[in-house]
Design a protein around this ligand. Structure first.
Ligand SMILES: [Zn+2]
Length: 249
């Protein structure tokens, strides 16, 4: 292109015009669809970003991706045979990260998930410890809840991660089964315990022999990730790592 620009000035003019038109259209769409930072409300941010640079910088990074035996890996010691695990941010009450997760889970803002997925993926990429991962597996949501929400938030996070890591997303390879009538009649406590155990492998062929990265929005006790991870490790020759956007201390 450079050579063409030099030899044929028309290419240079065309390129400049296209760039100017692109900038103009972006400004125009900004007028029609104002885009503000989810943190402070400023409109000084790129159209692909949810947060301005300052708010993004203030998110409480854990730094776990960089270190072995971090609290997330320790959480699964003796429970699940994992290769690596991490969580990108500390989840605290009344914080910006809580606001973002709330937008993702209860306000139908899927774009927030894609954005958070990109942030998580940049951490993994920089750390290099997760380079062996071959595919992303979003933690399946209860089908009823996914229908109500319109999407699975973990799958939205995986979408953002795939944009950065260029790894395939194995959606529906493991599924979460719906409760039967008898299960819903059981006591509340029993149901919650049961809920963690209702994962089933749906596509063994897609999973077999792969190093899988199981992804979710938040890790608290790790019980659900453990249940799903245990199902994934039943598939022959799989290896398992875990990554979540946030970690509840
Ligand atoms: Zn901001």
């Amino acid at each position: 292109m450079q050579q063409h620009c030099f030899r044929y000035p028309i290419f240079f003019y065309l390129k400049t015009m296209v760039a100017a038109l692109h900038a103009y259209l972006q400004d125009f769409s900004h007028l029609l669809f104002p885009h503000n930072c989810e943190g402070c409300g400023t409109d000084v941010l790129q159209h692909t970003q949810m947060l301005c640079a300052q708010c993004q910088h203030q998110l409480p990074e854990t730094g776990f991706a960089l270190t072995a035996a971090n609290p997330i890996e320790k959480m699964f010691y003796g429970r699940l045979n994992i290769v690596q695990a991490t969580s990108a941010y500390y989840f605290t009450k009344q914080s910006l990260i809580q606001h973002l997760v709330h937008q993702l889970k209860y306000k139908g803002n899927k774009e927030v998930g894609i954005y958070l997925g990109r942030l998580l993926a940049y951490q993994l990429k920089a750390a290099q410890r997760f380079d062996g991962v071959e595919a992303l597996v979003p933690l399946p949501l209860n089908p009823k809840r996914e229908f109500k929400r319109g999407y699975n938030q973990a799958a939205a996070i995986c979408e953002g991660m795939a944009q950065v890591l260029h790894k395939p997303i194995l959606k529906n390879a493991v599924t979460r089964t719906v409760f039967t009538q008898t299960q819903t009649q059981q006591s509340r406590v029993h149901r919650w315990q049961n809920m963690d155990g209702v994962f089933a492998i749906n596509n063994e062929k897609a999973l077999q022999g792969k190093h899988l990265l199981l992804v979710d929005d938040i890790v608290t006790t790790g019980a659900t990730l453990e249940a799903c991870g245990a199902a994934l490790l039943q598939v022959p020759y799989t290896k398992l790592s875990i990554a979540t956007v946030a970690y509840t201390v």
